[in-house]
Ligand binder design. Structure first.
Ligand code: ATP
Ligand code: MG
Length: 689
């Protein structure tokens, strides 16, 4: 029989991976498989083909579990799978791939499984999920209650506490060791931290709240029961994971429990792109994968890059070759190009923004849409000046990995109302909601929440509480609203409109710019209509909120052309024709927060590599001579002088075209002194480094 056309487009090894195990028995599952290969070698593409190939060969899509780095990546994958399936199955393919319902992030899938199995593991099914900010708020509440923030004036901040807690949980490492290795400067507070974390865990349980880490932790706990593990594992014939290098130990232990013998398990990744060790991700997962099984997993490596031009790939390879440890080999490509990546010196961040705007528009003139271009940066705050310039020039953009729509106070208020109605024991939401009312401060709110939490029917208990002084009409209105939401018998998302009606008068009182905020709330209703019900809406919104855009409303401008701004972390797995990287200077990349250990520096190098390998046709790294830094290490906001990142030493300059901008005018008299200074500095750097 002739091979399907979609297989013929693959190279030999991609095809091996796609066909692995298929047809070797009565079913489509084979032994464990690891695909390990460099950036742009078609790993994700191969995985999509494998899913499609399995479906075409009779695998049940409802029994395929596919875990990706973001929800966006999951839906992109589902689209690709459908495209491929359509070639063989025709119109039927849509039905088949619609059934690919178990595609999402580790956390999202975990949340769904926990709701299904809640009763069996003693979890109340109405649990609320806390995002990082909510978790930090809860940590803070407890920190205050324990009095640590008062007596110990230098006690770690709520953010640090949460980071320590999270690392301990995700790496399954004892607290003492985590402190010694990662947070030696707070090790003296070990006792207090232990107490704080114990109370934090207790509080979450009492309030029926799960944080991000809990989604994995409960999942791991659930599958440590062999019967449950077999039951959950038995739901799926295939379990596949993309970007496996960025999973942590907890995630790998969950996988191993689902598929103990490795049958039907496929993982894909690149150790050179591991950039999440701050969340306890470990490349040991990917390196140890083959030998976890008996017989060991098959390994397929890919060595051809289909994404970038020869010159871009040469520069990226140059950067990663200097890494200390690496498993994947260099890639090759046949996309010949004469144009080397640019290494551009500019005076400061405002010139950097101007340059990008000019260049992005020039690219558009020659047929490159805005969507085919992206600006990447190490830290979300780096794009500030560029965002201002883009807004000023009316160029639409979408920002990934930065401030989210949901981070705005009024949207959080609305969500607090919905969450509290769903789970009245959720203290963070309760606090937020009750303190919106006139006359109710944190103390009164705390007392009310204590009283109702002690009752088996908290919302009924709330209705019986005498209205707090000065709360006026707003109290009975609140009780009525919560009662209505609890019953929630109207069509979704009409509940949002109910909540909005109650909330708007408060909005007028709390915020001056109430009108723009009201527009956001309408948008929220719009977003909500895309979800099946309140629970799905709250879960998915918390786990993977929409990105911020230049449009105040914050909803992605789906049909329009827009420029992508993204942190390097959030750009994982994606590609653009033109890529600009901001602030490619020491202090930004490597970040000056990461100059401690060799491992941290190595991770920053991999970040640069990830960023550079996003580019297909054109890559520009920009080094401003001065950049603005917000207060760190006890220093205030200030401008600092910068030098090119240490990851591009003079030996690598051959791979780049170095230049300065603005381009200096031909006649000396027209040159401004400033331009000359930029020029001279750029020259000197090339000579001395
Ligand atoms: P990353 O490491 O960045 O996640 P990746 O290895 O997952 O990259 P993909 O995103 O799957 O790589 O593929 C990179 C590009 O190469 C995509 O545009 C994809 O369509 C293309 N590509 C992959 N395989 C082939 C092939 N056999 N023929 C032509 N193009 C291909
Ligand atoms: Mg990929």
């Amino acid at each position: 029989m002739q091979a399907a056309a979609y297989l013929e487009k693959l190279n030999e090894r991609q095809r091996l991976a796609v066909e692995h195990g298929v047809g070797q028995g009565p079913d489509t599952t084979g032994g464990p498989l690891l695909i390990i290969a460099g950036a742009g070698s078609g790993k994700t593409n191969t995985l999509a083909h494998r899913v499609a190939h399995l479906i075409v060969n009779g695998a049940d899509p409802r029994r395929i579990l596919l875990m990706t780095f973001s929800r966006r990546a999951a839906s992109e994958m589902a689209r690709r799978v459908e495209r491929i399936c359509r070639q063989v199955l025709g119109a039927n393919s849509a039905v088949m791939t619609d059934a690919l319902t178990w595609a999402g992030t580790f956390h999202g899938i975990g949340a769904r499984l926990l709701r299904i199995y809640a009763e069996q593991i003693g979890l109340n099914v109405d649990f609320t999920i806390h995002d990082r900010e909510d978790s930090a708020d809860l940590m803070n509440l407890i920190r205050h209650e324990l009095g640590f923030s008062k007596t110990e004036s230098r006690f770690p901040t709520k953010g640090t506490c949460l980071a320590i807690y999270s690392r301990t949980v995700n790496s399954e490492t004892p607290l003492t060791e985590v402190l010694k290795t990662w947070y030696p400067w707070v090790a003296t507070w070990e006792e207090q931290l232990r107490e704080l974390f114990a109370c934090y865990v207790e509080a979450k349980q009492a309030q029926n709240v799960l944080d991000y880490d809990d989604l994995l932790l409960y999942w791991a706990q659930m599958v440590s029961d062999p019967e449950l593990a077999a039951d959950i594992g038995g739901r799926f014939d295939h379990v596949m994971v993309d970007e496996y290098q960025d999973t942590n130990r907890l995630q790998s232990s969950v996988l191993m429990a689902l598929k103990p013998g490795g049958r039907g398990l496929t993982v894909v990744g690149d150790d050179a792109q591991s950039i999440y060790s701050f969340r306890a991700a470990t490349i040991r997962n990917i390196l140890d994968f083959p030998k976890t099984f008996e017989p060991p997993a098959d390994i397929i490596t890919l060595d051809r890059n289909y994404r970038s031009t020869t010159t871009i790939l040469a520069a990226a390879n140059g950067v990663i070759e200097l890494a200390r440890e690496r498993f994947t080999k260099n890639l090759w490509t046949d996309r010949q190009s004469e144009e080397r990546p640019k290494l551009l010196t500019v005076k400061d961040e405002s010139d950097q923004a101007n340059y990008i705007v000019e260049q992005v528009l020039a690219n558009r003139e020659v047929g490159m849409t805005l969507k085919q271009q992206a600006v990447l940066f190490r830290t979300s705050s780096h794009s500030g000046p560029l965002e201002v310039e883009l807004t000023r020039r009316n160029i639409p953009f979408v920002k990934f990995g930065g401030l989210k729509f949901l981070d705005s106070a009024h949207v959080k208020d609305m969500l607090a109302i919905l969450r509290f109605a769903q789970n009245p024991r959720d203290r963070v939401s309760g606090f937020r909601l009750l303190t919106m009312l006139p006359g109710i401060g944190p103390q009164t709110a705390g007392k009310i929440l204590d009283t109702i939490a002690a009752d088996p029917e908290p919302l009924m208990a709330l209705a019986e509480i005498p209205p707090p002084a000065k709360s006026g009409e707003s109290w009975p209105a609140l009780v009525q609203l919560l009662e209505g939401l609890r019953k929630a018998n109207g069509p979704w998302p009409a509940e949002i409109a109910q909540a909005r009606e109650w909330y708007e008068p408060h909005l007028d009182r709390i915020h001056e710019d109430a009108d723009t905020r009201k527009a956001d709330l309408l948008q929220l209703e719009q977003i909500a209509s895309g979800y099946a019900n309140r629970e799905r809406f709250l879960t998915e919104l918390t786990l993977d909120p929409p990105d911020a855009t230049s449009d105040q409303a914050g909803v992605p401008l789906l049909d329009e052309d827009y420029l992508i701004l993204s942190t390097i972390h959030s750009a994982k797995g994606q590609e653009w024709r033109a890529v600009f990287m901001l602030n490619v200077v020491d202090g930004c990349i490597p970040s000056d927060l990461a100059v401690g250990t060799t491992q941290e520096i190595e991770e920053e190098r991999r970040l640069l590599y990830v960023g550079m390998t996003r580019a297909k046709d054109s890559l520009t790294l920009i080094t401003p001579q001065r950049f603005f830094t917000s207060g760190q290490h006890g220093q205030g906001d200030r401008h600092v002088y910068a030098s090119r990142t240490r990851f591009i030493p003079v030996t690598l300059l051959q791979y780049f075209e170095t230049a300065a901008w603005p381009v200096v005018a031909a006649t000396p008299s027209e040159r401004s002194t400033q331009q000359i200074r930029v020029d001279v500095a750029a020259r000197m750097r090339t000579m001395w480094r």
